[in-house]
Structure formats: structure tokens, C-alpha cells
Design a protein around this ligand. Sequence first.
Ligand code: PLP
Length: 434
Amino acid sequence: MTIATDPSDPSRAARGAALEPNGVAHLPGGASHDPHAAALPARAAKLDTLAVRGGEPARHGYDAVTTPIVCSATYRFEGSSEIADHFEGRVLREEYGRYGNPTVRAAEQKISALEAADDTVLFPSGMSAITTLLLAMLKPGDHVVMTSDCYRRTRQFLRTTLAKFGVEHTLCAPGDEPALEAAMAHPRTRMLLTEAPTNPLLRVVDVPRLAQICSRYRGVKLLVDSTLASPINLRPLEHGAHLVLHSCTKYLGGHNDLLAGSVSGERDLLAALRDSRGVFGSMPDPHAAYLLIRGIKTLAVRMRRHNESSLRIARFLEQHPGIERVYHPGLASHPDHAVARRICSGFGGMISFLVRGGLDTTSRFVDGCALPIIAPSMGGVETLMEQPALMSFYELTPDQRQAIGIPENLVRLSVGLEDPEDLIEDFSQSLARL
Ligand code: PLP
């Protein structure tokens, strides 16, 4: 039953007449607000439109244009029949804050719209998404194949925690197909985990090819951490991946003001993951979910600018005598340029490069730049720069860093939305002073 009401009328709200069974107010004018019903016409499928309007219900509670932040730890039932309706799946509603939240669900639906996924589960960070997913999907004796150039905490989780629980893994260099085939042949392989592009060397793995290889092994899932691409540049599910993961802290959020992570994919896999999230207690905060929704609305516009500016800067760096090598998938010199052209609609906002010189010269270059902010992370409006040997890989010895492909003179740059000419001028003056 829908009762048109004024949500500002406390007497009605107090009697419960203004509330949907799911705790979201009925809309003035008699429209019933179903927070799970996406309202976008099917024909409006372009990414810019999906970023702004995708996953949004026909009408938000209180006729708000933006998604309300719902800060309820628990949700009211009007009676026992409503409880039965909930558990029997006859209504979609919230029950308790560790299992679901309307603002979090709105963010999940928006990501699903962009990734063309059945469903998405949101987490309080990218690492929370990775660890919950791997713990939910793997069991002792299972084997994971992973590409070697990847976020080091993911690798650490496999090497330490999962190894402790009897899950084995094999690392393969991106693009080394014979090594990949050999690793996949392990009889207990359950998952192929890769990043596209990889962090920090920006390798672009051939996702359709990996999906093809996976399809030869029954039950093996292809998981792509697509944080550096964002769904604007690459949609791995369209290329045959089973699951796509994001650190939404990066491009999806886009403003260096939130932490979140997401996993998108097939409904059955995601239902099990949602259940594990409730058990592990890793629900994101609705405020972070709101910021994420707000960030995603400008994702397509931001990504285009990140793509353009980073390519412009990569070309500048590549011709500069003070720079030894530039890693950017948009450059013809990049080993995966052809793959990137084939599967990506943009090359991304990240550039890694080697300064001509050693650790100290590189530090002087970084310290001599005025505009980029020295900080870890990426994907936000501010340009961030780090020397991985002195930041993300600080505690390793130079030999250990060399062994995993992190030279002392490597710089990782996340190109923000500043004018690229200002950034180029800044890099020029710092390089000139080395
Ligand atoms: N995946 C990639 C590719 C990353 O670069 C990061 C963090 O830098 C993560 C996952 C982890 O994300 P978060 O920092 O949101 O936990």
C-alpha cells in the first residue's frame, strides 16, 4: 500500500504511515519509491549517461534529486508477515545495517550499470573487497594464478594470509603465455587474478585472451582488478571476465576523499560474496557510498581529461633527455600498446617513468616539482606523484625491489585535472635543475 504523504509531517511519520516497508519514505504524489528499481530507459546506454543516471531509481525518497544518505543501523518491520516477505524474497528491503544499506545499494547499482554487471557488492576499501572475495571463494588446497606486476598488498595477502590457510599461488609475468599455461595446468587452479592495467608498470593484459584460456578449465574464474582503467576505459566483463574489482578510492571516487572497493559480476557469485560481507562485517559507511555516487557522476568527463592529459605528458617525458624510459600504454613504445588499442577506450591517467640517474637524482626531481603532490594513491583530481622505492616499497632492499621490477629511479605519476601545460612546465624546470 502506498500512502502519499509529506515526509516533513512528524505526526504521520511517527505512526509509520510515511514509511515504506524498507524504511524509505513514500513519495509525495503517491509514487512508491522502490530503491532497487533502476529508472533509466534501456536505450540510454551510453557511458556518460550511465555515469550520471545509471542505477538511479525512478524517484528518490523525499523527491530528492540526489541519493539520500540513510544512516540507520537497523530497519523496522511492521509485523511478522513483513518479516516473512523479506526472508522469502517477496520484497527487496533492508533488515540490518551489516547486511545492507540503501545508499550503499544505490552506489552498487550505479557501478553495475557502468560495468554491465548483474550485481555489485561494495566494501569499505579496495583491499577489503579483495580479501573478502578471496576468502569467500577459495578453500585449502586451491591454487591461484596471478600476474606478477600487481598491487603489492594483494600479493602480500596471497603470500601470507592465504598461504597460512593452505591456498597456493603462482605468479606469472604479464604477457608470458607459456608460463601462464603451465601455471593454469595445476589441478587445483580455481582463479586467475590479474590487473588491467597493472600497478605500477601499466602492463595491459589481453583480457579476452585470458578469458579464452580460463574457459578451457572448468570452474576457473577470471578476476580482473580494473582500478587503473575504470569502466570508462575498460569493461572486463564484456571481454569474458567473471568478476571485476575496483579500488573505488581511486578513479571512481575521484576526489581523494573516500575509501571504498567494489566487486561486480554474475548474480550467483555476488550473492555468496554479499553473504560473506555480512559475516565478516565489512559494510561500507553510507557517507562514503554517497561520496562515491557523487564522484561517479563525473567519471566519464574526468576520465577523458585524465586520458588526454596523461598522453600529452607521457609524450613530453619520452622525448626529454633527462628521462630514461616512460611506461604509458598510449605510447607506441609500450609493450602492450596494441592490446590497449584493441580492448581499451582510453589509455588511463597513470604514467610511470625512469629518471636518468639513481635514487637520489630521482628524489631531487620529485622534490623539485611544485605542482604534483607527493602522496601514494591515484585517480583523483589532484596530480599525485611518488617514487615507489621511497614510498610503496620503502621497507624492501634495493635488490628485493629490483627483483620485482621496481628500480630506484622509478616515478609513478597520477595525472590529475590540472592544465597539462602547467604540469609540463613544472617537470621541465625540475629536470633542468638536476
Ligand atoms: N587494487 C589496486 C590496483 C590498487 O592500486 C590498490 C591501492 O592502491 C588497491 C587495489 C587497494 O585499494 P584500497 O587502497 O582502496 O584498499
